[in-house]
Design a protein around this ligand. Structure first.
Ligand code: EPU
Length: 436
């Protein structure tokens, strides 16, 4: 399959598509299965590359995985696990950060785990310090090996009291996946409470875990000696839903997203409405459409749940280039998530980046010289261009820009998009996009 796509833009996306389970839950639920001494079944699983990556990591550890793509059912038999070495894990994991989350379950089941060398720039951008601190507090020893880190639990793992400096999604998951079978009680303050984490907690509860969540971002886990497999249906991918909704808005289209769930989309729906988009919620999904007339500018900042999620930011910014007036977007989760706007400017958008925290809330990047605020001036007609996909969400945003622009764009490196958007080429075709 070629890694480039030619998109002739300027026509509204119209029709219906289906969104299945959330990439950022499914991959973690597959890791949770490793804790169970009997098989697990995960349902509503999308056919995306990250599912393939975690499946091969499970197989590498002796757990057969069987995926019925059409039904979306994934069966994992984790009853007998075997260790794998860092080089094998690295070869299967590619650029994925999932190997970090395997540590707790593997330490419980096998007494050791390895984290391959994830590569300098990737660790530099997205550190794993929170993860290692948590694992060491539970009692894991960490040894630097030539090709990665070796973790062992010579005296088993024991419950901890911990406070996160920032409500990191991955670190909260790390703690949950380790605490459920650690001896004694674990208490976490400052936890991330994203819907994907709530679904992970529900899954672990089905397996036999005892977890209580308080309204103040604290979670208490009482460790148990053994967990069994689960049967669970994933929540919908709210990032993918927001991406298609933004595509509907930017192209003046009308898309029914089957499978979209209002309960996970609240903050996005508020913003969508304030910008001038309209939506209808039904039992089967959400219809997103541009009602005609001008779109309105907005000031918003990304945040951890229940705020406006960072992964919605990039697709929405493309739609904001079509709003009349100045929009301000302050990114507070990642220090460097506006790189994709270079291509938008090349296509005729006017997006200016700032190091200051624009808006009324200061964030931890304000004093650290990161261009993490954007001012978008619109409406600007977009012109076709030759563009290169920078990352998963930025890549989908480039596709939206190409679909909005007059003329034929070539978008290179679209393979990255397969990591998190199931069958996006077929979905584009179903919505009437002119792509080849
Ligand atoms: N952080 C640290 N140290 C750590 C871990 C995180 O400083 O040890 C910082 C990060 O650098 C970042 C912030 O904490 O500035 C938040 O990172 P978090 O740990 O919450 O993110 P993550 O778990 O690595 C997941 C999703 C991301 C999503 C974020 C925020 C997965 C596989 N990834 O990442 O999704 O943006 O939570 O909601 O679940 C995507 O799907 O494209 C994606 C990037």
């Amino acid at each position: 399959m070629t890694d480039s796509i030619r998109v002739t833009g300027g026509r509204p996306l119209k029709g219906e598509i289906t969104v299945r389970g959330a990439k950022n839950f499914v991959s973690k639920a597959m890791v949770a299965a490793l804790l169970g001494s009997t098989p697990s079944t995960l349902r509503n699983v999308p056919n995306i590359r990250d599912v393939g990556v975690v499946s091969s990591l499970l197989r590498l550890h002796g757990a057969p995985v069987d995926y019925d793509v059409e039904a979306g059912d994934l069966h994992m038999d984790t009853s007998a696990l075997v260790p794998a070495d860092a080089a094998q894990i690295a070869a299967h994991a590619g650029s994925s950060r999932i190997p970090i989350l395997l540590c707790g379950p593997l330490l419980h089941r096998l007494g050791e785990a390895v984290i391959p060398d994830l590569g300098g720039c990737r660790i530099g951008d997205r550190p794993i310090d929170f993860h290692l601190e948590i694992l060491q507090k539970f009692g894991a020893t960490v040894t630097q090996m030539p090709d990665g880190l070796l973790l062992k639990a010579p005296n088993g793992l024991t419950g901890i009291k911990h406070k996160l400096a920032y409500p990191s999604v991955g670190a909260t998951e790390q703690l949950l996946l380790t605490a459920v079978m650690a001896e004694g009680v674990t208490h976490l303050e400052g936890a991330a409470v994203e819907p994907e984490i709530k679904d992970l907690i529900d899954t672990l509860q089905k397996m036999g875990a005892i977890i209580s969540v308080s309204t103040d971002r604290s979670i208490t886990i009482e460790g148990v000696k053994e967990l069994r497999g689960y049967d669970h249906t994933s929540l919908a991918d709210r990032i993918e839903v927001g991406s298609w909704a933004s595509a509907a808005l930017a192209t003046k289209g009308d898309i029914f997203v089957r499978g979209a769930q209002q309960r996970t989309m609240g903050m996005f729906l508020n913003v969508f409405r304030k910008v001038g988009g309209q939506f209808d919620v039904t039992a089967d999904g959400i219809r997103f459409f541009h009602p005609g007339g001008d779109l309105k500018p907005i000031a918003l900042q990304t945040d951890v749940h229940p705020g406006f999620m960072t992964d919605w930011q990039q697709p929405l910014v493309v739609a904001l280039t079509q709003a009349t007036g100045l929009s301000i977007v302050h990114e507070t989760v990642y220090e460097n998530r506006f790189g994709f706007t270079d291509a938008l400017n090349q296509m005729g958008a006017q997006v200016q980046l700032y190091r200051e925290c624009l808006g009324n809330v200061a964030c931890r990047f304000g004093e650290r010289n990161f261009q993490h605020s954007a001012v978008i001036s619109g409406p600007t007609p977009l012109q076709a261009a030759d563009i290169e996909v920078p990352d998963l969400r930025g890549g989908f945003s480039h596709l939206i820009a190409a679909l909005t622009a007059q003329g034929t764009s070539t978008v290179h490196g679209i393979g990255i998009i397969d990591r998190g958007y199931e069958n996006f080429r077929a979905k584009l075709a179903a919505l009437g996009a002119e792509v080849e």
